[in-house]
Design a protein around this ligand. Sequence first.
Ligand code: MGD
Ligand code: MGD
Ligand code: MO
Length: 759
Amino acid sequence: MTEPQTPEAKAQAIEVPEAAGGWGSLEGIAATELSQRAGPGALETLAHLNKPDGTACTSCAWIKPPTPAKFEFCENGAKATLWDLTSARCTPEFFEQHTVRSLWGLSANELEREGRLTEPLRYDPASDRYLRASWAEAFAAIGARLRQIDPAAMTFYASGKAALEPSYLYAAFARMLGHNNLPDSSNMCHETTSVGLKKVIGSPVGTCQLEDLEQCDAIFYLGQNPGTNSPRILHPLQQAVKRGCKIVTFNPLKEAGLVEFVNPQSPLDMLTGKATRLSHLYLQVRPGGDIAALMGVCKHVLARAEREAGLLDQGFIDAHCHGFEAFRAKLDATGWDALEAASGVTRAEMEAAGDVYADAKAVIGIYGMGLTQQVHGSEAIGMLVNLLLLRGNIGRPGAGCSPIRGHSNVQGQRTVGITEKVALAPVETYRTVLGLETPPQDGHNTAKFLEALQAGKNRAYVGLGGNLAMAVPDHGQIHAAWREMDLTVHIATRLNHTHLLPGKESWILPCLVRSEEDIQDSGNQFVSIEDSFSHIYSSMGKRKPASEHLLSETAIICELAKASLPENPRWQWDAWRGDYARIRDLIAQTYPKEFFDMDRRMHQPGGFFRGNDARRRVWHTQSGMAEFTDPSVLNAGPQDEAEDTLRLVTLRSNDQFNTTVYGMNDRLRGLSGERTIALMAPQEIARLGLAEGQRITLVTAADPATRRAVGGLKVVPYDLPAGTVAGYFPELNALVPLSLREKLSDTPASKGVPVRIEA
Ligand SMILES: Nc1nc2c(c(=O)[nH]1)N[C@H]1C(S)=C(S)[C@@H](COP(=O)(O)OP(=O)(O)OC[C@H]3O[C@@H](n4cnc5c(=O)[nH]c(N)nc54)[C@H](O)[C@@H]3O)O[C@H]1N2
Ligand SMILES: Nc1nc2c(c(=O)[nH]1)N[C@H]1C(S)=C(S)[C@@H](COP(=O)(O)OP(=O)(O)OC[C@H]3O[C@@H](n4cnc5c(=O)[nH]c(N)nc54)[C@H](O)[C@@H]3O)O[C@H]1N2
Ligand SMILES: [Mo]
């Protein structure tokens, strides 16, 4: 077979193991349901997902559309929900039989398969076991400890799932205690967006709405894997392609979800098995190659603009942008050879992408972790914005910049005050609404928390969900320090390894999941969620709770606060717990511009839009304009790599939600059976003298003073750029050095770690 000649033909010729969607996704759902023995009524729960006043899916942050499909959920949303609804129970009797030490040896999947946590548990160091406890004991003991510990030495982590009501109270509670140590999963995720996108357009979140996807002519899709991580986006992508929109993908891996899609909701698609080809061009950049690749695209657009009057939106650039001339000078000064070397794609591919851009009236840029988890990730985001600005592709119909968020309410948690930065806290309205003085010092983000932990300076940890010790870099260094804390408290649904690193005093506080009813004084409670498009909508659970002892996250936070704070007539923990509408009143008073009349508006189909000034071309940047930025590097990865290193990209499989591993199947990549693998290009395997199936050890090549290694990894051939190795998160997190972080945001650079192979 001859190599396809054009970039377009190359994209058309990509073969993937299986199209995303289709029967595979339905079988995926059935398999999980069977294996997890979800209780009766599970399918009914699925049918309510993402419907107006139904339950917001707990999986990703894709929107809940005003006119939902019959089944407004995807394979992986169903998996996440059914996983919550398992009939398996992880009871105190289970903990009686196992020491914490012995449980540590189980896999993530084995731990979570034990099922839902049912009762509060207290760690007993003498027997190395978690023991049954009452809620009253738990609150009293934790409250007493929190009163003793210096607020500067405590950290309250949040993992992006808890709704706006508990998140608002959690952030306020931390500040009432006297600290801003409020890291969020976002610190390992889209913090690069919160900082990097804000720097250039003044908005920390995306500017697009769903209707923009219905009107765009081209989508630049970078470093996000929709087939696995946000499958519902594939429906609007398919619709867009069917009406002629061109998708240009940038990804080192050929991800099936970006290649083709069979709509499982379409009888015709299912009957004929006919997949829609999604990517018009597929630029297989090397890790970090997006800055150079996008520069090449811009360079071509500017070259064409020399010949084609009106190609640039000069009116927009003049009226709305800052820094264009410096950026243009940088493009002129950067040659194609340098761009090809740094990006790993050819000039022809960059030019073809430039043509798609220049020929489209309205363009959207979409991106995910492939950009944010890089050392110079904010510069990559800045380059994407540069491209969009050239033709005024922000702030008009069918155009904009759209980061795809991770956890279902991660964006919302930041919106309602979970942030370590004082400048982002509602300092004034806290004062009037709660009589609360915000502590003046910035607190810990995730990386700073880990540094404090290693220095022995962080004494207490409270986790509102998550599995932080496994999600972070540098497992080897962090895990030992974790157990030295005086107090660790986990508000959780299932057992995970972070719980198995108890501090001197440790508690597991089991909570409801989103699909379960949450009965308080005023009846079953709604909560609210914010999606990637800044829409806020209600969610209500209808299932009977997994155990009669469970409390809601809101209730747990209220009780912890009561037990650890002095009485204050304005802090109405009982009333707030009794009726969450009263918490929404607080949110509305604290953030009146965005949340006025929240309790009513969140019930509208599709929720209400919190608004976005950049969408209206109002730029809250330093210059008051949208910023063209002149990148300081051509590749977003580390700059000082030695010759013989490879770049490690850590990935999610189709059978996991972050550290929750449902199974061993990564169907869309045609991989299964094992997660301790190292994916490498066949020619790379040959070049390095390795053999398929051989076991290797990967060793981190950055920060050589500390040895970081993961062994027993099976070499698996995969279509990847040269110099790249890929494998799964969190198994490979021990290789990610905490020192390797995105420059502006401190986000760990888990997509660009220099490594070497030890055979
Ligand atoms: N089912 C499921 N859904 C999820 C999650 C889950 O684990 N499972 N996690 C949730 C969370 S918290 C998040 S943040 C999102 C994550 O969703 P994504 O943003 O899709 O994150 P990753 O799975 O890490 O994949 C990132 C993609 O970037 C590509 N990539 C790696 N390096 C580069 C690069 O240098 N340049 C480019 N252009 N691409 C690169 C990878 O090949 C991969 O396709 O998904 C959310 N949804
Ligand atoms: N190497 C590498 N590391 C990464 C990443 C990567 O791509 N590569 N991705 C990073 C990203 S994007 C993220 S967001 C983080 C994820 O980090 P986290 O958000 O900390 O981790 P999760 O795996 O989502 O947390 C799972 C646990 O949350 C608890 N849980 C589940 N549902 C609920 C609930 O409804 N309420 C409560 N209270 N608890 C619940 C359960 O106990 C479960 O075990 O990992 C980061 N780490
Ligand atoms: Mo994330």
